[in-house]
Design a binder for this molecule. Structure first.
Ligand SMILES: Cc1ncc(COP(=O)(O)O)c(C=O)c1O
Length: 431
């Protein structure tokens, strides 16, 4: 197993990035890496090093990079014009496909990012219920808005339901409008709902929070509580939509929310996301359908962009074919089981957390069931990821994303690299 080399061109680009970009990067994955191209389940950096890619562009590339059918349709559509700020056939067809596939979706509004979709979904709940407060879960990721950045990754343990802002620059007043509960803890949610039900508009939740699965009955319990107390239930399916199943986590777990947000997969690698939900709720986006003071103005220059919509439609068409989800689950399970075996053989205490379409190894001895218990030994995780990266396996700091085109050979190479990484970590620990 050879370690990868950096070319002069890549080193120069990294140096330029350090000069002109804050922190030397776009704010995403390792800034020491400049990716030049991708094909299928692999990407190549500017130096020509090849990686098995589990970053998948942070999720959208679920049918692989530069899928020939996606490239084909994008080339056709781009030659017809790139954006019109008007309805276009691809966006309309994509909305119809989402309505067919996703249980809660009767209507769809497009935006350009998951962050926007989540911000609008929370506003939609507030507009519909005419109340200000939203309940979210500690560690739940709902984009970069002031509300989304409440207790996403708090450095210190606050007292529930008090939120802790994750960013500078968020007005103090936002803290008064967000309640925070521990994921998978229905009793705490129930008591917060009892106490605040006249102020609460709804509950937003990632049905599979980061890598943490919902305990049996948790999502069903949220559905029941929200129904009984007249609150809206929002599923953030930016990650899970079309990934856990064609109808998303709501289909996979059999619990239908009132509204959901979608992103990543539905844009086929282009900027596109959506809010989808019950028609009477979505009516707030329609000036003609609600009273003037209930209307939610929502405009976006690139909303429903034809290229993104065409790429998304083709991605969904590929995912819908027999065998696509079977492949994702087979690959993910092989990697999860293989990683568990390697950790056990090496006597390293760690948990392989998640489900086949997305999972990771967390260096902890605890049972992972919420944000706090998901915090493992971050330094070891970083070293492990850096080792994998240096040996041709690319993943984010906190997740493997599995595509429909990863191969058995990718699994073999990855488990080989992981076994070497664990051996190196153990040796370093012993030294
Ligand atoms: C669950 C969830 N919601 C929202 C977002 C934000 O989406 P975007 O990065 O498109 O703004 C993300 C991004 O990873 C996410 O994982």
């Amino acid at each position: 197993m050879t370690e990868q080399k950096r070319s002069e061109i890549e080193s120069e680009l990294v140096a330029t990035a350090r000069r002109v970009l804050p922190g030397g990067g776009f704010g995403n994955v390792s800034h020491e890496l400049v990716i030049a191209r991708g094909h299928g389940s692999h990407v190549w950096d500017v130096s020509g090093n090849e990686y098995v890619d589990y970053l998948l562009g942070s999720g959208p590339m679920i049918v692989g990079h530069a899928h020939p059918e996606v490239v084909d349709v994008v080339q056709q559509v781009v030659a017809e014009g790139t954006t019109f700020f008007a309805n276009n056939p691809y966006g309309i067809r994509l909305a119809a496909e989402i309505v067919d596939a996703v249980p809660c979706a009767e209507q769809v509004r497009f935006v350009s990012s998951g962050s926007e979709a989540d911000a609008y979904a929370m506003r939609l709940a507030r507009a519909y219920k005419k109340r200000d407060k939203i309940l979210k879960f500690e560690g739940g990721y709902h984009g970069m808005s002031d509300y989304g950045l409440m207790s996403l990754a708090p450095k210190r343990a606050g007292n529930f339901p008090q939120p802790i802002p994750d960013s500078a620059g968020i007005p103090r007043s936002v803290r008064d409008e967000v309640l925070v509960a521990p994921f998978n803890d229905l009793d705490t949610v129930a008591s917060l709902v009892r106490e605040h039900k006249d102020e609460l508009a709804g509950i937003i939740v990632e049905p599979f929070q980061r890598l943490v699965p919902p305990k049996p009955g948790f999502l069903e319990g949220l559905r029941k509580l929200t129904e009984q107390n007249g609150l809206l239930l929002i599923f953030d399916e930016v990650v899970t939509g079309f990934r856990f199943a064609y109808g998303g986590a709501q289909q996979y777990f059999g619990v239908t929310p009132d509204i959901c947000t979608l992103g990543k997969a539905i844009g086929g690698g282009f900027p596109l996301a959506a809010i989808a939900g019950r028609a009477d709720i979505m009516a707030h986006f329609d000036k003609g359908a609600v009273a003037e003071d209930a209307f939610m103005v929502q405009i976006g220059t690139l909303s429903g962009n034809p290229i993104a919509a065409a790429a998304g439609l083709k991605t969904l068409e590929i995912l819908k074919r027999p065998g696509a989800y079977e492949r994702i689950f087979k690959t993910g399970r092989a990697l999860m089981e293989g990683s568990r075996r390697i950790l056990k053989d090496a006597g390293v205490k760690a948990a392989v957390v998640g489900d086949a379409p997305m999972f990771d190894v967390i260096f902890t001895e605890r049972e992972v069931q919420d944000y706090r218990s998901s915090l493992g030994d971050e330094a070891t995780m970083k070293r492990c990821n850096a080792f994998l990266r240096a040996h041709g396996v690319l993943k984010s700091e906190s997740k493997y994303y599995i595509s429909a085109v990863h191969t058995d050979e990718d699994v073999r190479v990855t488990l080989d690299a992981f076994a070497n990484a664990i051996a190196a970590l153990r040796d370093a620990h012993a030294a």
